[in-house]
Design a protein around this ligand. Structure first.
Ligand SMILES: [Zn+2]
Length: 156
C-alpha cells in the first residue's frame, strides 16, 4: 500500500504543477504577444517564465521519485486459512458453537463434535501441544498452543 501521506503530497504537487503549467502558458503568450507587438525577431521570455518552467521540472522530478512501485498481487491464502480455522467450531448444520441452531437437539449449536474445547489436536515445533481453545479465544494464536511443562519434563 502506498503511504497515504505521500499520496496526499503527490496530489498537492499535481495541483501545483497544473497551476504552474497555466502560468507558464500565460507568461509565454504574453512574451510572444510583446514580441509581435514590437515586431521583434526573437521572443524575450521573462525570468519569471524561466523560474516557473524550472519549478515545473522540479515538481515532475519529485512526482517521478515518489511514484509507487507496482504492488505484488495480494495473496489471500492466509485469510482463507483463517476462515478455515473459523469454521472449525461449526456444527454439522453450519452454525457456530455459540449460535442458535434449529437442527441441533436443544436449539443451540452443538459445535464441531470432532474438536471439543480442550481436545489436543497436535504438537508444536518445540514440544508444546496444540489444543482447541474456547470459542472466544480462537482468534488468538497463542490460545491454541500449550507450552511444554519443563518442570515435569513435559513432552519432547
Ligand atoms: Zn446444528
Amino acid at each position: 500500500m502506498p503511504d497515504p501521506v505521500v499520496t496526499d503530497l503527490r496530489r498537492e504537487l499535481e495541483k501545483a504543477r497544473h497551476t504552474l503549467l497555466g502560468a507558464q502558458s500565460h507568461l509565454a503568450s504574453h512574451a510572444e504577444m510583446n514580441a509581435a507587438l514590437h515586431c521583434a525577431t526573437t521572443v524575450m521570455y521573462s525570468p519569471l517564465h524561466a523560474a516557473v518552467t524550472a519549478t515545473i521540472g522540479q515538481i515532475e522530478h519529485a512526482l517521478a521519485r515518489t511514484e509507487s512501485e507496482p504492488q505484488p498481487p495480494v495473496d489471500h491464502t492466509d485469510s482463507e486459512l483463517v476462515r478455515v480455522l473459523g469454521d472449525l467450531d461449526r456444527c454439522e448444520h453450519g452454525r457456530h458453537s455459540v449460535d442458535h441452531c434449529y437442527g441441533c437437539p436443544d436449539g443451540q449449536s452443538a459445535g464441531n463434535p470432532f474438536l471439543p474445547v480442550g481436545q489436543q489436536i497436535g504438537y508444536g515445533l518445540h514440544g508444546g501441544t496444540i489444543v482447541v481453545p474456547a470459542p472466544e479465544d480462537r482468534r488468538r494464536p497463542e490460545a491454541w498452543r500449550v507450552k511444554p511443562n519443563t518442570a515435569t519434563g513435559g513432552p519432547r
